[in-house]
Design a protein around this ligand. Structure first.
Ligand SMILES: NC(=O)c1ccc[n+]([C@@H]2O[C@H](COP(=O)([O-])OP(=O)(O)OC[C@H]3O[C@@H](n4cnc5c(N)ncnc54)[C@H](O)[C@@H]3O)[C@@H](O)[C@H]2O)c1
Length: 435
């Protein structure tokens, strides 16, 4: 099948490369000339494990091409995906649909013959209806169906998630579109990934409900962690104790510095706005947003307290800046709240992240960027583990101790064991265990 992806960011590029790998003929389109030029030369615009090989293999096989020219790429396609960004709108937290609607208008002008236009971007309920209207306004004789196919891949394990999904959700309003989508996903369906067909509005809501639920789970365990610290309990054991219950499940029960990333913050905000707009406020998610924002700043206070109550003139080493390991994505990373708060309190922050430093530099311009973990730690008054990259799980602790000015470790990801760290002479604090 001929498939066109509008938007070649995380979602568009990964999905496009995976569809090509299934044997479809895929064109990835992006407005960003530099991104497309880079892709043509085999340079990935993002860090995602395995992506460069996957792209190279499919380009070589002639199934994957890149272009900035939307119209010719849309003209011959059977399926056109919209995979552009839907960031938070400044000021009110609604999803900004400018890119989606602009893409729809351009697709409408270019479309030729029966085409299924599929929204893969995360969009509020009813966006499919508006996309349909825009397409028909741009081209009254267009023979199109509009479907919704939200994406659930996770950055850092995006290819595996796309190829072996827990489920594929497809919202359609007619059987013609359903048949095309079934054919498109047939290679995956054979791998027994459940293909869930539903209405377009329901599919749109499923995506927000899923993200809001996961964000709630994280926030729940974070608050339980705070309680653990007060009452002398251990949050990791609580998480295991509840997670083994199949009704609860063990995933997303790791207490930490609060969620960030390209999806959870903006998607919880957008769901809250939709709930209010329709007179059905989702109060639990409103609270999740509030608690999560406050938590990031509380983490800075925790670091200051661990450093003796005052960080003015002190050097704080931060390991990990990306919002999670195996990505260079800095969007709404907790580091963007924690590091400036430390700097405001007078600290100099020295940081190292294996992949995200180039992305971080314009966002955190006052940070001293180090070449590796040990250079960041050198002469620091405290070490903070902020993102649990694998390489921070196996630090040479004797070297860490002798490199630090004072042996203070604040482990916001519970990578190390408190008793072990105490035995090695560190003043250690993790999350959710009595100190
Ligand atoms: N990143 C994730 O892990 C993830 C996971 C699931 C869903 N999503 C959703 O997928 C959507 C895309 O997210 P992303 O992280 O891939 O965004 P991104 O910012 O990485 O990529 C979007 C791309 O679209 C391009 N673009 C915008 N308008 C265009 C147009 N008219 N024509 C061609 N290209 C255009 C931009 O230049 C950019 O390269 C969002 O709605 C997001 O919420 C993201």
């Amino acid at each position: 099948m001929r498939v066109t992806m509008i938007g070649s960011g995380y979602v568009g590029l990964v999905s496009g490369a995976c569809f090509a790998d299934f044997g479809h003929e895929v064109t990835c389109v992006d407005l960003d000339q530099a991104k497309i030029d880079g892709l043509k030369r085999g340079v990935m615009p993002i860090f995602e494990p395995g992506l460069d090989d996957l792209v190279a293999r499919n380009v070589e096989a002639g199934r994957l091409t890149f272009t900035t020219e939307l119209a010719p790429a849309v003209k011959d396609a059977a399926v056109v995906f919209i995979a552009v960004g839907t960031p938070s709108r400044r000021g009110d937290g609604h999803a900004d649909l400018t890119y989606v609607y602009e893409a729809a208008r351009q697709i409408g002008q270019a479309v030729n013959g029966y085409t299924v236009i599929v929204d893969k971007s995360t969009v509020p309920v009813g966006t499919g209806d508006e996309v349909d209207r825009i397409l028909r306004e741009a081209n009254p004789s267009a023979d199109v169906s509009v479907a919704s196919n939200p994406e659930f891949l996770r950055e850092g394990s995006a290819i595996g998630d796309f190829k072996r999904p827990d489920r594929i959700v497809v919202g359609v309003e007619d059987d013609r579109a359903k048949d095309v989508m079934e054919e498109l996903y047939r290679p995956l369906y054979l791998n027994v990934a459940p293909l869930v067909f539903t209405g377009r509005r329901t599919a749109e809501l499923i995506k927000y409900a899923a993200n809001a639920f996961l964000a709630t789970k994280i926030t729940f365990i974070n608050e339980i962690a705070d309680l653990c610290e007060k009452v002398g309990a251990n949050v990791q054991e609580v998480a295991r104790g509840i997670g083994l219950d199949n009704r609860i499940g063990s995933k997303f029960l790791h207490a930490g510095p609060g969620f960030g990333g390209s999806c959870f913050p903006k998607d919880t905000r957008a769901l809250v706005r939709t709930g209010r707009d329709y007179g059905a406020p989702i109060k639990i998610v409103e609270m999740v947003e509030e608690v999560n924002e406050a938590r990031k700043l509380a983490m800075a206070e925790r670091i200051i307290a661990a450093s003796g109550g005052d960080v003015s003139g002190k050097r704080i080493a931060v390991l990990g800046l990306a919002f999670k390991p195996n990505t260079d994505d800095m969007r709404e990373a907790p580091s963007l709240a924690i590091v400036p708060a430390l700097e405001k309190a007078g600290a100099t922050v020295a940081a190292f992240d294996p992949e995200a430093m180039e992305q971080a530099k314009p966002l955190l311009p006052n940070v001293v960027y180090a070449e590796d973990a040990y250079s960041a730690i050198k002469d620091a008054d405290a070490l903070v583990i902020l993102t649990e990259w694998d390489q921070f799980r196996a630090l040479d602790l004797a070297r860490v101790k002798s490199t630090l000015k004072s042996p203070v470790v604040v482990d916001l990801r519970n990578v190390y064991r408190p008793d072990d760290m105490a035995q090695r002479g560190f003043t250690y604090s993790g999350i959710g265990a009595a100190g």
